[in-house]
Design a protein around this ligand. Structure first.
Ligand code: UDP
Ligand code: MG
Length: 302
C-alpha cells in the first residue's frame, strides 16, 4: 500500500480538491493507497474539512497537531503514522503535480527505494527570493555533498528509508537533505512547479530566513570554522601593525595613535561578538537537542 502524506496548514480551500484529485488519480491507476492529511495547527477550518473528507472517502485519514509545528514536523508525523509499504510526501496546494505519484510508484515497483521529485523550474518567484534561495541551496549543497538546488520535499520513500528516518532522533531534521543523505537506491522524476490553486504561500521572509539558518547549522559547522579563519586574519594584521608601531617607537617617530587605537578596538570588539554569536547559535541548537522535546504533539486523529 502507498501512503500519501499531505502536510496542511491553513488549507481549508484546498483539502476537498486535493483529496478528490489525488484519490481519483490513484484509483484510476489501480494503486492501493491511503491519503494522510497532517493538520499542522491550522487556524482556519482545515481540520473540519479533513474530517469531512474522511467521512466522504474511505482512503482518507487525518492527524491534527496541538499547534503549528512546521512542515518538517508534519512530514515526520506523516511518516510515523503511515501504514504503507512506501510513502509519497506532497504539498497540499497541488503545486506538485499529483500525476507524478503514479510514475514514482511504478519506479518503486521496479525496485527503487527513493524516488526524488526534482524541479525543472521553480515557478514564479521574485528576484530577491530567487537569489536568497540560490545562496541557501549553494551552502546546503556544499555541506551535504550533493546538488540540492533542484531538490524538493516531493518524493517517494520505501518502508526501509522511512524506518531509518524515524530512528533518527535529531530534533531539527531537514527532510529534503536527510532523505538524500541516508543513501539507498534512488532515482529522479522531473516535474514543473505549478501555480498555487487557492490560498497563499505560508512562508514569510522572516520564516524563510530562520528556516535557512536552522537547516544550514543542522548540517554544517562551517560558520564556526569561519570564526577561526577570521581570527587568524586579524592576528596577521595585528602582527604587522605591532611591528610597525614598535619600529616607529624605536625610531622616535611614534604616531599620536589615538585614532588607530579606537578603530582597532571597535573592529576586534565586533569580530569577537560576531564569533560569540555564531558559537551561541550552535550552543542553542545543542540545548534544543539535549532537551529532547518531541518534534510534534498529536491532538486528535480521524
Ligand atoms: N505547511 C505546513 N506547515 C507550515 C507551513 C506550510 O504544513 O507551517 C504546508 C502547506 O500547507 C503546504 C506545504 O507545507 O502543503 C507547502 O507550503 P506552501 O505552499 O505555503 O510553500 P511554498 O509552496 O510557497 O514553498
Ligand atoms: Mg506551495
Amino acid at each position: 500500500m502507498l501512503s500519501v502524506i499531505i502536510p496542511a496548514y491553513n488549507e481549508e480551500q484546498m483539502i476537498p480538491r486535493t483529496a478528490s484529485v489525488i484519490g481519483g488519480i490513484l484509483n484510476d491507476a489501480g494503486i492501493d493507497h491511503e491519503l494522510l492529511f497532517i493538520n499542522d495547527g491550522s487556524k482556519d477550518a482545515t481540520w473540519s474539512e479533513i474530517e469531512k473528507a474522511s467521512r466522504k472517502y474511505d482512503d482518507v485519514r487525518g492527524v491534527s497537531f496541538s499547534r503549528n509545528f512546521g512542515k518538517e514536523s508534519a512530514i515526520f508525523a506523516g511518516i510515523a503514522e503511515a501504514k504503507g509499504d512506501c510513502c509519497v510526501v506532497i504539498d497540499c496546494d497541488l503545486q506538485h503535480p499529483p500525476e507524478k505519484i503514479v510514475e514514482m510508484y511504478r519506479l518503486w515497483e521496479q525496485g527503487y527505494e527513493i524516488v526524488e521529485g526534482v524541479k525543472t523550474s521553480r515557478g514564479r518567484e521574485s528576484g530577491l527570493h530567487k537569489f536568497a534561495a540560490k545562496s541557501f541551496y549553494d551552502i546546503m549543497s556544499s555541506s551535504v555533498g550533493f546538488d540540492m538546488s533542484r531538490a524538493s520535499d516531493f518524493k517517494l520513500l520505501d518502508r526501509k528509508a522511512m524506518n531509518v528516518l524515524l530512528n533518527m532522533n535529531e530534533k531539527n531534521a531537514f527532510f529534503r537533505a536527510l532523505s538524500s543523505w541516508i543513501g539507498f537506491k534512488s532515482c529522479e522524476v522531473e516535474y514543473d512547479v505549478r501555480e498555487r490553486e487557492a490560498g497563499t504561500s505560508k512562508w514569510s521572509t522572516r520564516a524563510l530566513v530562520k528556516y535557512a539558518l536552522i537547516n544550514i547549522t543542522s548540517f554544517t559547522s562551517a560558520p564556526m570554522q569561519l570564526v577561526t579563519i577570521l581570527g587568524i586574519i586579524v592576528f596577521i594584521v595585528g602582527l604587522a601593525t605591532s611591528v610597525e608601531a614598535l619600529v616607529r617607537f624605536i625610531q622616535g617617530t611614534a604616531r599620536e595613535g589615538f585614532t588607530t587605537v579606537i578603530i582597532l578596538q571597535c573592529f576586534t570588539g565586533s569580530f569577537i561578538m560576531i564569533g560569540l554569536g555564531i558559537i551561541g547559535f550552535y550552543i542553542s541548537k545543542i540545548y534544543d537537542e539535549v532537551k529532547g522535546r518531541p518534534k510534534y504533539i498529536i491532538d486528535k486523529t480521524v
